[in-house]
Write a protein that binds this ligand. Sequence first.
Ligand SMILES: [Zn+2]
Length: 221
Amino acid sequence: MIQIGENAWQIPVMPRQALNCFLLGDVLVDAGMFFSRGRILAALQGKAVGAHALTHAHVDHQGATAAIARALNLPVWCHGIERNAVETGDVTGSFANPRALTARLQQRFLAGDGHPVARALAEGDSVGGFEVIETPGHTAGHISFWRASDGLLVAGDAALGMHLLTTRPGMHLPYAHVSWDMDHVRASIRKLAALGPRRVAFGHGPAVPGEVFTGFAAGLA
Ligand SMILES: [Zn+2]
């Protein structure tokens, strides 16, 4: 695990930090792919974990959600808009076009099991000492986690910290073909930048200093 702040850890589940989960306080945020269960459980060994929250219900974040929630008996939390996808395991609804090939392939080969949602999260809720920030765009119910006391922001896939084909670190917009609405993507990045983060962590790629993120936001068309 990589410590990204006080009581805040990044759990890389793929090489080069290409895919990350987080332990924020006692809350596991995101759960990698369906094959990430063992790696995440190993990382959480000896840590107090009381709940599992999701930034959004894509297959690379909900993959091991049900398996880990069952293994550790954790309540699962997500934004209300993501609730149906998390509970049913049908993640196609979060795509702009649920019938698109990417959506159907991901559903068929990569989607994790559904699991009941114990708590629907919304703007301003407290999770593991962080504040929920609604950041729709990549999915309609995407959320980020913000801690004003030290300026730590866990942005999920609101933006990417890495090019996913080359795995080269750097700021990118989430890809349009797997995103719900790109205008909302840009608006949410600006909303996060306006918080003035000092450090920003992502679902994909290594964490960056706040000014890298805010500079990226300022350069958006
Ligand atoms: Zn992702």
